[in-house]
Ligand binder design. Structure first.
Ligand SMILES: [Zn+2]
Length: 67
């Protein structure tokens, strides 16, 4: 029975702690339009959003790619 109670407490407390820890770091992001620190979010050739594959990026529109 005690194990069940501990499990319940853990299930409730952990998400709260995680949210509290995350809330601190996210408070500063005020500009909603600010994009995530991406290497390349737009294709330099056609200007459409590119797919980031990690080591390189690829434009799904014109096929341009690079790293
Ligand atoms: Zn492109």
């Amino acid at each position: 029975m005690e194990a069940l109670i501990l499990l319940l407490i853990g299930a409730i407390a952990l998400p709260i702690l995680a949210l509290a820890a995350r809330g601190d770091g996210q408070k500063r992001g005020k500009t909603a339009a600010a994009p995530r620190r991406a290497r390349r979010s737009r294709c330099p050739n056609c200007g459409s959003p590119v797919i980031d594959h990690g080591s390189y990026w690829e434009c799904g529109w014109c096929g341009d790619h690079g790293n």
